[in-house]
Design a protein around this ligand. Structure first.
Ligand code: ADP
Length: 193
């Protein structure tokens, strides 16, 4: 099984690249943000709980997020592997994911991190608001809070995978195709190793 964590700040292009990689490698794409938004739309209890945090650009609590993620993985018993997009976002989530995969005899193959500077991120997210319809993209103060939360709580997760020698940073500015080529080169090296 190949399990890839696609990492990076809000607006780095994780969703766009995930859609391409899942086809190329035959993986299941699990985006925690997309799953939460589907729950909000479906007015589930999980959706209602998550919405209060998402609207402010804060993280949804670990307990809710981890149990949601585990039940999504369990829906795909035949999967070749997963692309985790937007997860893990805290050290506790990274620990839980490792323990969960280990329990199934699996592991994370690698973390690929898209590197994009802050000015570019803010520009992309405010721009995306017109097509995404996402309230958390439309308001600059919420966008800035999401980036601050990323720097404070999520960026340290990279060290978790660095210490396992599973981390690779990839320049996330350029054309979609250029960035895909960079990601595939890193992923192929892990697969061949
Ligand atoms: P982006 O990467 O653009 O911030 P996402 O769709 O990944 O967008 O996430 C949107 C929001 O969903 C986050 O700001 C957060 O509130 C919530 N969320 C998504 N994934 C997680 C997670 N793993 N842990 C906690 N909250 C999450």
């Amino acid at each position: 099984m190949r399990n890839v964590v696609l990492f990076g700040p809000p607006g780095a292009g994780k969703g766009t690249q995930s859609e391409i990689l899942l086809q190329r490698y035959g993986l299941i794409h699990l985006s925690t943000g997309d799953i939460f938004r589907a729950n909000i739309k479906g007015q589930t209890e999980l959706g209602q709980q998550a919405k209060a945090f998402m609207d402010k650009g804060e993280l949804v609590p670990d307990s809710l997020t981890i149990s949601m993620l585990e039940s999504e993985v369990a829906k795909h018993p035949q999967a070749n592997g997963f692309i985790f997009d937007g997860f893990p976002r805290t050290s506790a989530q990274a620990d839980a994911l490792d323990a969960f995969l280990q329990g199934k005899g699996n592991a994370i193959t690698c973390m690929l991190a898209l590197e994009v500077n802050e000015d570019e991120l803010i520009k992309r997210l405010l721009n995306r608001a017109s097509t995404s319809g996402r309230a958390d993209d439309a308001d600059e103060s919420i966008v800035r809070n999401r980036i601050a939360v990323y720097n404070r709580e999520t960026a340290p997760v990279a060290d978790y995978y660095r210490s396992q020698n599973k981390y690779r940073g990839v320049q996330g500015v350029g054309s979609v195709e250029e960035i895909t080529t960079r990601l595939c080169a890193e992923l192929d090296a892990f697969i061949e190793a």
